[in-house]
Design a protein around this ligand. Structure first.
Ligand code: NAD
Ligand code: UDP
Length: 325
């Protein structure tokens, strides 16, 4: 069985993005052969430049909304813009990426009998009426709003994963990823951590949307990648969905205050209108991940923010790196 090889051939779609690039790195370090597929919509060559000379790493420019014919043992399906600014730029393409992308990757997994993991999201819970969110909660999602291309695309992808399992006995894994941050986030993606850190470092006003009392729970990237790889390595009867995130919940005002303090910035908070359908609260219940994967996040917020601030500081010192994003 391909999945049991020690050295596996692994496809990472969206591998040049924020999470994908960290995943590719960790898989190569583990001794696997990694094929990174990306259309560079939000990902960059810079994110994976350090892997390009490695014989275990291969890069292919490809859009997952088109079929892909390769041979492999495992697929991590991460391709999809993840920040509201990017996924709302071309919402039809966002839905296509989630839905056609899932169909194409599931078809590939079926042909080569590969294990396949879907990077789903806490957005499947929408603006949650249950708090914290367990995997049993079905969510509260607006099907026709500006976030729907992402939320409903990801929900449909989950449906496809479970139907391919029921109908074709595929070995599937579904991870519901909660807000994750760290080095290699796109500096202009409008996500809250990257935005606040860039604003703080440039001494610009920190833009708080709404009253800033909405909450999120932030997970550092290395913890998240560890969770994804553990989930992939579970026995075939473990399909998920499994929440992966850090339950350390905070308001956007608290986050801004931490970032200002840790970066030694003089930036002030300014308040801007809340985008529509912006969830009021979000915190993962990670009991299932703990039980099935023996997983828990280990990186404290301050430590993770320090590393992220260090990364963006380095980027500001290299205008060519900023220009490449
Ligand atoms: P990202 O935007 O940095 O990465 C997405 C990657 O997919 C990029 O490299 C992009 O170029 C690529 N891509 C987009 N459309 C594509 C297409 N049609 N064909 C091929 N490649 C395509 O975002 P990220 O934060 O690294 O997110 C990775 C995955 O994890 C996404 O599926 C996202 O929905 C999911 N996720 C992320 C978070 C988070 O907080 N980072 C939370 C929940 C879910
Ligand atoms: N947010 C903010 N200022 C910003 C960017 C985002 O206050 O400059 C808020 C946003 O309204 C949301 C939270 O931060 O309530 C997280 O936003 P992000 O886009 O990072 O993630 P998501 O809403 O998808 O969880």
């Amino acid at each position: 069985m391909g999945g049991q090889r020690l050295r596996r051939r692994v496809l990472v779609t969206g591998g040049a993005g924020f999470l994908g690039s960290h995943l590719c790195e960790r898989l190569v370090e583990r001794g696997h052969d990694v094929l990174c597929v990306d259309n560079f919509f939000t990902g960059t060559r810079d994110n994976i430049a350090h892997l390009l000379g490695n014989p275990r790493f291969e890069l292919m420019r490809h859009d997952v909304t088109f079929p892909l014919y390769v041979e492999l043992d495992e697929i991590y399906n991460l391709a999809c813009p993840a920040s509201p600014v990017h996924y709302q730029f071309d919402p039809v393409q966002t839905t296509k990426t989630s839905v056609h992308g899932a169909i194409n990757m599931l078809g590939l997994a079926k042909r080569v009998k590969a294990r396949i993991l879907q990077a789903s999201t806490s957005e499947v819970y929408g603006d949650p009426a249950e708090h914290p969110q367990t995997e049993a909660y079905w969510g509260n999602v607006n099907p026709v709003g500006i976030r729907s291309c992402y939320d409903e695309g990801k929900r449909c992808a989950e449906t496809l994963f479970f139907d391919y399992r029921r109908q074709h006995r595929l070995r599937i894994k579904v991870a519901r990823i909660f807000n994750t941050y760290g080095p290699r986030m796109h500096p202009d993606d409008g996500r809250v951590v990257s935005s606040f850190v860039m604003q703080a470092l440039r001494g610009e006003d920190i833009t708080i949307f709404g009253d800033g009392r909405q909450t999120r729970s932030f997970c550092y990237v290395s913890d998240l990648i560890d969770g994804l790889m553990r989930l992939m390595d579970t026995p075939d009867d473990v399909t998920g969905p499994v929440n992966l995130g850090n339950p350390n919940e905070m308001t956007m005002i608290e986050l801004a205050t931490r970032i200002i303090e840790l970066s030694g910035s003089t930036s002030k908070l300014v308040f801007r209108p809340l985008p529509s359908d912006d969830p009021r609260q979000r915190r993962p219940d990670i009991s299932r991940a703990h039980e099935l994967l023996d997983w828990r996040p280990t990186v404290e917020l301050d430590e993770g923010l320090r590393r992220t601030i260090g990364y963006f500081k380095g980027m500001l010192g290299r205008p060519e790196a900023l220009a490449a994003t």
